[in-house]
Design a protein around this ligand. Structure first.
Ligand code: HEC
Ligand code: HEC
Length: 149
């Protein structure tokens, strides 16, 4: 029920969404590359730009490159992006990393707002460290230090 209402609401944003008889929007995982491209352009970029600008006005000029880096120029849009700051891969290194107050501020916002927002838009369950469940986490966008992607 709730899921259906969410999908219908989302449909309002997606121009290509729903025909007369086929009103079920395609899930992210089932989209073709071209559908994903269009979804990113029509839904993800506007939504996430709003989220990022609310945190820092410097994201007024946010584009595909802000998340995808060189993957936007070479057309692969492969994620995670090697051009975003890599995150520490161990708990100890991460604790060290967020001792810098500015990193801590960014990391907290990423955890509380960016990750869940992005997961919501893609309709993928966000990672929940309490229950160790979910499919979308920081490494949906960031590489992890020393981990082959
Ligand atoms: C806020 C960050 C963000 C922005 C901005 C963004 N993307 Fe994405 N994009 C992602 C993430 C994360 C994924 C991978 C999602 C997944 O499958 O886990 C992705 C995946 C894609 C894919 C699918 C790649 C594949 O291999 O299937 C395409 C195509 C794409 N993006 C295009 C774009 C375009 C075009 C823009 C600009 C209009 C854009 N993206 C803006 C985060 C972003
Ligand atoms: C939807 C994509 C996305 C997800 C998911 C994401 N980030 Fe980010 N993150 C970014 C982008 C884009 C930037 C760089 C913004 C810029 O250009 O300044 C960034 C920057 C950061 C920074 C600032 C680094 C620096 O050196 O300035 C930290 C810290 C960070 N992210 C931590 C995290 C953590 C921790 C998580 C998971 C809880 C996470 N991010 C999830 C996209 C993402």
């Amino acid at each position: 029920m709730v899921m259906k209402r969410v999908l219908i609401a989302m449909c309002l944003f997606v121009a290509a969404c729903g025909g007369e008889e086929d009103d079920a929007p395609v899930a992210w995982e089932d989209m073709s590359f071209d559908q994903r491209f269009a979804f990113m352009e029509d839904v993800v970029l506007p939504e996430m730009k709003e989220t990022f600008v609310a945190f820092d006005a410097k994201f007024e000029g946010m584009t595909c490159v802000t998340c995808h880096g060189s993957g936007a120029a070479d057309g692969t849009f492969a994620m995670p992006s090697p051009d975003l700051p890599p995150l520490p891969a161990t708990e100890e290194a991460f604790a060290e990393y967020v001792k810098d107050p500015e990193i801590e501020r960014w990391g907290t916002w990423m955890f509380e707002t960016v990750m869940p927002r992005m997961a919501d838009v893609l309709q993928i369950a966000a990672y929940d460290p309490m229950t160790n469940t979910g499919d979308f986490s920081c490494n949906g966008c960031h590489t992890l230090e020393g981990v082959e992607q």
